[in-house]
Design a protein around this ligand. Structure first.
Ligand SMILES: *Cc1c(COP(=O)(O)O)cnc(C)c1O
Length: 356
């Protein structure tokens, strides 16, 4: 608390990102980063980049990147918005669409940044409980609202709705904006981008941070009706004209253009995820079926926080959420095959597993 702070920021509860340890020799399975490097085409784009150009401002509209994304997803360039990571795209989305007299609807267990933005922009939210199987309770999203947001697949549960299920929600909710955050969609779920031309109130948000190995570059995007995109541009151009620097723009283009590499990496992660699921289950873990690059898992005899601490002493970082209802779970990012083998080997050495 400080007397210099404006009143509105005294009561903020900022988001706390997962730890980024300084040391090496740590197996980092705590922030859902991709274990593989970005495409070699990204490295090539950086090597060929003419640093003299950095004296100039970047293209404020990132038009080449928007065109690349438009071609890739078969939409028009004016249906594409880009931002400094999808967190920024989300922030502008909350500002542009959710500051309404009626409350925002969102799942009670979801990406915790949504509540942070509600807090920042004074948006009232109604948290709808997930079903016991951790799927969204779609029939509960019928009340009057100022918008709806959810992640599909959801975080940190990893469960996904089908496109048919999302379409039912869209048919019932036509008057306010429905945002689907698809940060993890490339690991086995179906994108709702196919529906944007049918539903003018649908906005789909994706990121280069997970499936395209570019978390450090900060690139996210939204696809929807041109009217929604224009709303986002109004916010963006009232905030920061140049959210994407030149390197971010050229590397994002290179990443999209190397679709073969993208498919290989995501397939490998899916395969390793399924292997890890089987291994954990054989050690007595309950594993929620995942369509993401992480597993949400719990064990009857070992508390989540305890296991996180045990793994940490063996230089393996995973994420634990202290929120009641999920506080016995761990969220474990899928790394390389050998990292996941090391995780399983480590868990097998836990005293409570040995004694089973
Ligand atoms: C990681 C994540 C994001 C943020 O991604 P950035 O593009 O790196 O800002 C957004 N939504 C969800 C659900 C995520 O897990």
């Amino acid at each position: 608390m400080s007397k210099y702070w404006s009143e509105a920021i005294q009561n903020l509860t900022p988001y706390v990102p997962g730890e980024q340890p300084k040391g090496s020799n740590i197996i980092k399975l705590n922030t859902n980063e991709n274990p593989f490097p970005p495409s070699p085409k990204v490295a090539e784009a950086i090597h060929q980049f003419d640093t003299d150009r950095l004296r100039l401002y970047p293209d404020p509209d990132a038009s080449a990147l928007k065109q690349t994304l438009a071609d890739h997803f078969e939409v028009a360039p004016d249906q594409v918005f880009v931002g400094n990571g999808s967190d920024e795209v989300l922030a502008h989305t909350f500002m542009a669409f959710f500051r309404q007299p009626k409350p925002l609807l969102l799942p009670d267990i979801s990406y915790s940044f949504y509540d942070v933005y509600c807090n920042l922009y004074a948006i009232e939210a109604v948290h709808i409980p997930l079903q016991d199987d951790f799927l969204l309770a779609l029939e509960d999203y019928t009340q009057a609202n100022g918008g709806i947001i959810f992640a599909n697949p959801n975080a940190p549960t990893g469960r996904a709705l089908t496109l048919d299920q999302i379409e039912v929600l869209l048919q019932r909710n036509t008057e306010t904006v429905v945002v689907v955050d698809e940060a993890y969609v490339d690991f086995g779920a179906e994108t709702a981008i196919k529906l944007v031309n049918q539903y003018p109130n649908l906005l789909v948000i994706q990121t280069f941070s997970k499936s395209r190995s570019l978390a450090g570059m900060r690139v996210g995007f939204a696809i929807g009706n041109a009217e929604l995109i224009e709303g986002l541009e109004r916010v963006k151009n009232s905030f920061n004209s140049y959210p994407l620097d030149m390197l971010a723009q050229v590397t994002a283009i290179a990443a999209i253009e190397d679709n073969q590499y993208f498919l290989e990496c995501t397939q490998q992660i899916i395969q390793t995820r399924d292997w890890t699921t089987v291994q954990l289950e054989s050690l007595g873990f309950k594993v929620i079926p995942s369509k993401t690059n992480f597993l949400f898992t719990s064990h009857r005899y070992i508390a989540g926080a305890e296991l996180m601490g045990f793994l940490r002493t063996h230089s393996i970082l995973v994420r634990h959420f202290s929120r009641p209802g999920i506080d016995n779970h761990l969220r474990i990012t899928i790394g390389t095959e050998s990292e996941m083998q090391a995780l399983i080997d480590c868990i097998k050495r836990h005293p409570d597993i040995i004694s089973l």
